[in-house]
Write a protein that binds this ligand. Structure first.
Ligand SMILES: O=c1ccn([C@H]2C[C@H](O)[C@@H](COP(=O)(O)OP(=O)(O)OP(=O)(O)O)O2)c(=O)[nH]1
Ligand SMILES: [Mg+2]
Length: 147
């Protein structure tokens, strides 16, 4: 696999994110918190990571939920996938929300999300009057049925 260099500053006491297995797609991000954070049902919070990255131009970082947190605690990312632009120099923060019926607690250092680095394609828009005809046409939103 091609190696891509991402510069990183870590202002937290947590270890740097890393790939947990040989072919893991994402690196887990940890909460940079002083004290535990409890979210009431449907409450959301912007959780700092203490991490600042510099991506090469032409790449983004996507912040995605962790499935274990989602199924066990109903915690997900409100804006999934969160987008970290290559020109962003601020702290990476994670917007978590508690979609369970009970209060849920995040402890300092907990792994709250995963970060996937992905290539970006920027497009040029070409204004036209007519688009090409297709079999699908305007059909969408369940147009082809369920089974
Ligand atoms: O979950 C997220 C989403 C975004 N960001 C940072 C990095 C990203 O480059 C910047 C802007 O994100 P986005 O474009 O999603 O937010 P916006 O509401 O459009 O803000 P802006 O007007 O600053 O682009 O905020 C995060 O730290 N966490
Ligand atoms: Mg934006």
């Amino acid at each position: 696999m091609a190696e891509l260099i991402v510069k990183i500053i870590n202002r937290s006491a947590n270890p740097l994110p890393s790939y947990a297995t040989a072919d893991a797609a994402g690196m887990d991000l940890r909460a940079h918190l002083e004290t535990a954070l409890t979210l009431q049902p449907l409450e959301r919070s912007l959780v700092p990571t203490g991490l600042f990255i510099e991506l090469p131009s032409g790449y983004e970082a996507q912040l995605r939920p962790r499935s274990g947190l989602a199924i066990k605690q109903g915690i997900t990312l409100l804006n999934t996938p969160g987008t970290i632009d290559a020109d962003y120099r601020g702290e990476i923060k994670v917007i978590i929300i508690n979609l369970s019926n009970e209060p849920q607690t995040i402890a300092p250092g907990d792994r709250i999300a995963q970060m996937v680095i992905a290539p970006v394609t920027q497009a040029s828009l070409e204004p036209v009057e007519i688009l090409t005809t297709t079999e699908r046409g305007h059909g969408g939103f369940g147009h082809t049925g369920k089974s």
